[in-house]
Write a protein that binds this ligand. Structure first.
Ligand SMILES: [Fe+2]
Ligand SMILES: [Fe+2]
Length: 379
């Protein structure tokens, strides 16, 4: 099979220490035909003047796709690379892995699933390094500056993964790397079951019919059974944990979620983390057709779903992990109970909170019905 290559910026190439990847140029002058030739081998040290020479000689340098991970790793350590540049590369590699299983034209089998999970794990490991000190609002801004893919599920899965990593870090400051990786990988794969849901249902901007909604609601079960397949093994990954995130991310704290109606701590911790990340991304990340809330509006709205949909303790930590944005109060609005982050809403189902007292109530004495009257004490 032909190797594929991706273009890189001259300024982001590692200098002064062993280069972990080979550098290539495209020697073909024909636009449609590409012929890649190695111009600098890995394990040699590239100095500033070598690079200047290359800049003069070549228009563009490339790295082989199968060495992308090595390139990203070297970039994380490179002070010249901005977080946006590194994050977008990680996002590209995560998308290429997700695409292996989400593309309906591609074959699907357990070997491909194992390869995908293992590739996703590498992407998550890199995310953990880049997101080292990101607060939720800082992360939300980083996410907004990354370019969006046509297929919403890719963007959404990657965003959820990043929020899961940040939230778990805030929850457990001394969290182990393995746990963080499982939180991130669970987030990245949480909607895995959607590979079996037709795209016209997933992206239907006009909302869903009841029948289509029932189809979409099967995705946690589908994802779970795909991972539960006997014999799937990925080194360093506890698939039982990942499959619980996949299975339980639409369960609710109050037991009214799906597919099984689990409640409170019956739901795996990482699935509860994922539920918050899923909810937050669905209401704050722009999809082509819907209006979204600002970070602070999103938090204020979610605050009203604490104890019903969301784990109160986890949400409190999430909310306190906002560093630079003031949380506005949206006194009179809440998200409708039927809100489901999976649904492609044209407009978010916000509703007014029933006021406890209306203006008419003031200054009036309410009659108490007989049954409500306090019983007279017997003497
Ligand atoms: Fe989902
Ligand atoms: Fe989701």
């Amino acid at each position: 099979m032909d190797r594929s290559f991706f273009s890189i910026s001259f300024d982001l190439i590692l200098r002064g220490s062993e280069l972990p990847y080979d550098l290539y140029v495209n020697s073909s002058s024909l636009e449609k035909k590409q012929k890649f030739i190695k111009v600098f081998p890995k394990k040699e040290v590239l100095e500033d003047n070598d690079l200047l020479e290359m800049k003069d000689k070549y228009k563009q340098l490339y790295v082989a796709e199968d060495e992308r991970d090595l390139y990203v790793k070297s970039l994380i350590k490179n002070e010249n690379a901005s977080d946006i540049e590194v994050a977008s590369l990680i996002k590209d590699s995560a998308i290429s892995y997700l695409h292996q299983i989400f593309d309906p034209k591609k074959d699907f089998n357990t070997v491909i699933l194992e390869e995908t999970i293992s590739g996703c794990k590498d992407a998550v490991e890199n995310m953990i390094d880049v997101l080292d000190d990101y607060s939720i609002d800082g992360l939300s801004k980083l996410i907004a500056s990354l370019s969006a893919h046509d297929f919403y599920t890719y963007d959404h899965s990657i965003n959820v993964s990043m929020y899961c990593i940040s939230l778990l870090r805030a929850l457990k400051p001394d969290v182990s790397r393995v746990e963080l990786m499982h939180a991130g990988l669970g987030g990245l794969l949480h909607d895995l079951g959607k590979i079996k849901i037709p795209t016209n249902i997933l992206n239907s901007p006009g909302g869903l019919t009841e029948e289509q909604y029932q189809v979409i609601k099967t995705h946690p079960d589908i994802g779970f059974s795909l991972l539960d397949e006997i014999g799937i093994e990925v080194e360093g990954v506890d698939l039982k944990t990942i499959s619980r995130v996949v299975h339980e991310h639409h369960e609710q704290w109050d037991g009214k979620g799906y597919p099984r109606g689990l409640k409170e701590k019956e739901i795996h911790l990482l699935a509860r983390v994922c539920t918050i990340a899923d909810f937050f991304d669905a209401i704050t990340t722009k999809r082509s057709y819907s209006q979204v809330l600002t970070i602070s509006q999103g938090i204020a709205i979610m605050d009203k779903n604490v104890g019903t949909k969301l784990d109160p303790t986890l949400f409190k930590i999430f909310k306190n992990y906002i560093k630079h944005s003031n949380v506005e109060s949206t006194k009179d609005m809440r998200m409708a109970d039927h809100f489901d982050p999976t649904i492609p809403y044209a407009e978010l189902p916000l509703e007014e909170i029933d006021k406890l007292f209306t203006d008419d109530d003031f200054g009036k004495i309410k009659l108490i019905e007989d049954s409500d009257k306090p019983k007279k004490k017997k003497k």
